[in-house]
Design a protein around this ligand. Sequence first.
Ligand SMILES: Nc1nc2c(ncn2[C@@H]2O[C@H](COP(=O)(O)OP(=O)(O)OP(=O)(O)O)[C@@H](O)[C@H]2O)c(=O)[nH]1
Length: 403
Amino acid sequence: MSDPNLPSLSSEVRAAHELARLRFAHDEEAQFRIDYEAAAVSPRMTLCMLGVVMVGMTPLYDGVLLRMPESFAGFARAMQFGVQIPAILLAMLMTWAYRLRRWSAPATVLAMMLTVMGLTFQQVIGPAHGFHVPHDFAVLAISGTCLLGRLRLSYLLPWATSLMLIVSLMQLHGFGYSSGALYDVISMWMLFVLSTIATYMLEYSARENWRQRRKLEEQAAHDALTGLPNRRYFDAMFVHLIRQAARERKNIALMILDVDHFKYYNDRYGHPAGDDCLRRVGHWLKEAMRRPQDFCARIGGEEFAAVWFDAQIAVGPSLAEKVRGGISELRIPHAASPTSAVVSASGGLVQLACPSQEDASTEIATDMILRADRALYQAKRSGRDRLIDADDSRLSIPVMPPI
Ligand SMILES: Nc1nc2c(ncn2[C@@H]2O[C@H](COP(=O)(O)OP(=O)(O)OP(=O)(O)O)[C@@H](O)[C@H]2O)c(=O)[nH]1
């Protein structure tokens, strides 16, 4: 029998297909794009800095190495310092400033377009002034953007290909269809194809690593048996929700649940059946948490926690009782239980109305867990298969002072 925790073959094939197409499904793709853009900041800044330095140095190699005539230098400077460098600086600003970052990719593409178009104009107009701009600068700018720009291939490719077509046509138009000009254009396209393949491979491995890291993070936060969040996730998330509840003046409720006489269950039906029982309980808990911010976790062997965010204090006990009682409704036979013929659970509930101290959320969480645990203990002592509300007058437990 196949292990339900292992991914099915079809999901693996789908995952490989998505990777090869450089596109994940909906939410995963959206999350990837956010992370990919965040990781693009330093390579893209490097690209822009290189661009500024290389364009900024053009007077040096135009004048000293290529001996650009004065009649042409004015046009070249206007292009370089009036258009290309400002466009690259704009891309730098959009990448560097957090609030403007969503414009970073279009600004980088714009800088590439203006730089390449400027170079191509110079190449085409130059010969009339007795000056020849080497053709490789245009493809260098496109390849550099491919390799260092960290732009997604599906975004970059249409722009880069259009640019290459424009550059090729302008060159062929400007220099005629001589074998030398054709050779130049073909070598430019070969370099461009290589850069595109490298861009594909870079994005492929970025996606693969990103997915792998997410999987590991997911595994570190979840329990392998039930698939529910684990204790580590619960501790972090509970404190986070208390902080949010304090900020938004919302209520928060916690129930700790423990399956009754689970040792007897294992003894009677065997450990694999015990595992299966825990899986079914976990599945029910996951189903029972309806709102996006409510969650449940497996916090110990046969111990679970359920957290409700923004539930009315008056309905908290009935919500918790529905979830706890639902475990008996699963009707998992438990012939060895002195409490019930089916698997049941005891629960301890604690609620907090609008916590006020946002910065004391860790202490509040510790206190709530302690009180829920004590209520659970009370439920066990008073016969099991029941919920005890820590705020109920029957249970007078002193509240732990903040540490
Ligand atoms: N099958 C299985 N059993 C587990 C797992 N984790 C913990 N247990 C068992 O759960 C049982 C818990 O026993 P106890 O702590 O004595 O509690 P209990 O028998 O449920 O009794 P009460 O809680 O007092 O009702 C132990 O026998 C553990 O071995 C698990 O992942 N799978």
